[in-house]
Ligand binder design. Structure first.
Ligand SMILES: [Zn+2]
Length: 146
């Protein structure tokens, strides 16, 4: 009777188990129980340094999706769509923020959708905000809680 299962599969499976045992023994001999692995809840991606180049949400998503697919497969070519007005504003702020952080400054001239070109504050974490907008929000909050 012919079977459509390739018998090599079983041979390879046997070899694979034998190899796994060899690796295990070798690790034990070296005083290790298992190979160093990325800790639970972490991924290689989370250890990547923060990018200093502005990317739209779509570009970031495409990159992370492409990264999670096998590296052997062709990766989607990056799209170079013209940026919208809002994306251009974000890009300006991102680049100004990055330059300010690199120069060790905590403020930079950003573009606010409400206030136009104005002073922004930036934190080492990379968070930034329009100082005038923050002032308005803080004032409103104080009025509410007063
Ligand atoms: Zn503002």
């Amino acid at each position: 009777m012919r079977s459509n299962i390739d018998h090599d599969v079983f041979i390879n499976q046997g070899k694979s188990i034998a190899l796994a045992i060899q690796v295990d023994n070798w690790l034990k001999a070296k005083g290790k129980s298992e190979p160093t692995q990325i800790p639970f809840g972490h991924s290689g991606l989370s250890h990547k340094p923060k990018s200093t180049e502005y990317k739209t949400g779509q570009q970031s998503m495409r990159e992370s999706m492409a990264h999670s697919v096998s590296t052997k497969r062709p990766v989607l070519a990056s799209l170079n769509k013209p940026l919208t007005k809002e994306q251009q504003r974000h890009k300006h702020n991102f680049e100004a923020k990055t330059a300010a952080l690199a120069a060790g400054e905590s403020t930079f001239e950003g573009k606010c959708s409400k206030h136009g070109e104005t002073d922004y504050r930036v934190y080492a974490s990379g968070k930034h905000y329009c100082i005038q907008c923050r002032g308005i929000i803080t004032k409103r909050h104080q009025e509410k809680t007063a």
